[in-house]
Design a protein around this ligand. Sequence first.
Ligand code: BGC
Length: 382
Amino acid sequence: MELNRRTVIAGAAAAGIAATTLGGTAHATGGRKPVKTLFGKLADGTKIYSWSLENGGTRLKVLSYGGIVQSLEIPDRRGRYANVSAGFDTIEDYVAKSPYFGALIGRYGNRIGKGKFTLDGKNYQLSVNDGEQSLHGGAQGFDKRVWDIEPFTKGSDVGLYLYYTSVDGEMGYPGTLKTKVTYTLTKHGDWRIDYEATTDKATVVNLTSHVYWNLAGEGSGTIEDHELHIAASRYTPTDSGLIPTGELTKVAGTPFDFRKAKPIGRDIRVSHPQLVTAKGFDHNWVLDKGITARPEHVATLRDPASGRTMKIATNEPGLQFYSGNFLDGTLTGPSGRTYRQGDALCLETQHFPDSPNKPSFPSTVLRPGQTYRTTTVHTFGC
Ligand code: BGC
């Protein structure tokens, strides 16, 4: 947690308010061990647990189904907490109708054209679940799998290790993929995600997280007033199936220019063919920093009304900004309010969509003996 984390606590002390009313226990000095409770059961009786973590003023709830962030609470400039991620309050809703709310995405974030690719001369056909395309790993992606979760506390960090092994051929992908994702809450309230994977056959991998953000609080209405900055001079335009054409197009002079922070709503209704096709923003930005050894700052989201901000740092080369275009008022969140178009947005750090079919894009191939490693850090402030 950045900026006035101290101010909030100091302000609470001055007002004679117990710090627990602001951040729960121990948020100023370090986290406590994650707590596990039963969330619900799948149709086959499998128990799904919810893990609650808290550190540095950030509160996180994670499900063993899909590694889903079911709730992420942070304070506003006056210390008032809100859950800033869209979701549901029952496992049944997640299973039946979730548009990937809060979930871990694998094996491949975003689309692979026609669900086909060729690797080392072999053709693969993936599960197709979005028109002709394979989206977010196919019909039963990592978002619909049960993850093994182990809690940890390390120094001033608290977190969870999430494990899932995807068998050879699952959703059409080659190789047994062993995946470990680490969710860490730091003493500053940052939420860090470390992804790791190994394989026993050459394959492709592109893991990401699909939290739907609304920094004013889930269920509070549109994100069009949020200001967004993306450190990217180019993006990857798509065809009508939302598959990149392969071009890297300059954002200058287009609605896709977020190099200076601007309200999301400012240009979202511009009749630009790319916005018309996607019904808003649903594109991959080519981050100027490229692939980096360490996470570097690439985007900032700010809700001027509450003062809440989120900065994203990653070592990935791409960022999918999806402005919640397909939310249509038919899903109801934990607040009891429906999600309409643009009521939440996703910022998914990634390699570019359809890379397995785009030799000019950075490679997503993972081979036996290599370890896939990427990291994304969300830093909250107000
Ligand atoms: C994609 C959208 C898709 C959404 C699913 C996003 O990551 O870019 O096209 O509709 O996920 O909820």
